[in-house]
Design a protein around this ligand. Sequence first.
Ligand SMILES: [Zn+2]
Length: 384
Amino acid sequence: MRFFKKTALAMFLRSYFKEPDPNKHLHLETPDLHKGYNVLESALERVQNRYGFKNPLIVIGPNVEKISYKRKKLGKSLVQILEDLNCESVEKVVYNETPLTIDGVMNFYKENIKEKDISFDMCFGVGGGRILDAAKIIAHPNHPIVTIPTTLSNDGFASPAVSVIQDNDKKSFFFRPPFAIIGEYSILENSPHIRTGYGDFVAKYTSSYDWMLAASYNPEEVGFSKLIYEALHSSAELLILSIEEMPKEKGKVIISPRYIDMLLTVGVISSAAVISAGSTIPASGSEHKISHVLDLEGIEGSHAEKCGVATIPIAYLQGQDWKSVKQSLERVGVPTSFKELGVSKTKMKEIIKKARRFRPERYCILHEFSDTKTIKAFEKTEVI
Ligand SMILES: [Zn+2]
């Protein structure tokens, strides 16, 4: 018994203080989170005080550049704020390539940064998921990166993972996670995707469960930490509960600082879990498999919308509170069925079968049920 206790403790400590993989260039501290209204100036100053950069590079999107911040264009404002911090040089590049591929970003880096002899000691990614991912690749492996998300349509603003298209498939690669995140509420609350993004955050309710399930078979392989699992799962639960309590207008929750704050918090904890596990497993479970297969089948709709709907039946299969998940999606005002995403019941049955066989090495709740039982869960929860 004593031996068992000792071994269990050793396993827990090993999983908690997991050695970083030197090939992954991970910055193991969780990012500093600066957030609030009109915080860009003070947050950038604090980042400079901590990291002492003198030659920042801003990677920004063409539309994001024109977003208004204190009645000026965001791109110009950022350059001005950084120049006022006595930087030696402030460079800005506009990234506008789609879809995101590593080769595409490397070519962009070569033409717009390397060949122009631009050197930098801090990279600021400013925009949505794709631009932040491009900035992570540009910063890699020698430069620190800070993200300034202008929307919260997925957890990429906090995560070291970059999702790219390669060989007709979506793949995740690890880069440096951000050293700091600046959540500027005056920009985030006006983002057109601030509601639809909810789906990728509520998804952590089921992805964290799948992580624990996979760990029950092989904790070492999935880098499981009970402590971090608890933090991630509770933060997703708290998010669902908070949505219930938020004031509504015309049937939908009002986008408030609390709403934005909850998404930022879940994103940061999810990123900590991904860093600790050394893979995206904690943040990407069965609901992400469904979303990926929908993508591969060419179904329109955002990543977060697909993940959000899929979280409902997956929570049901896991024996979790699927009704609260569904209600929270309704309250936020985003789709709660695949029909709303334009997918017929017949097509969805095909997708469910494919998702059950997708990346079989990633154990999840879909492995515990047959095709028929899984389809029944989708019917029971009225998502098909
Ligand atoms: Zn996701």
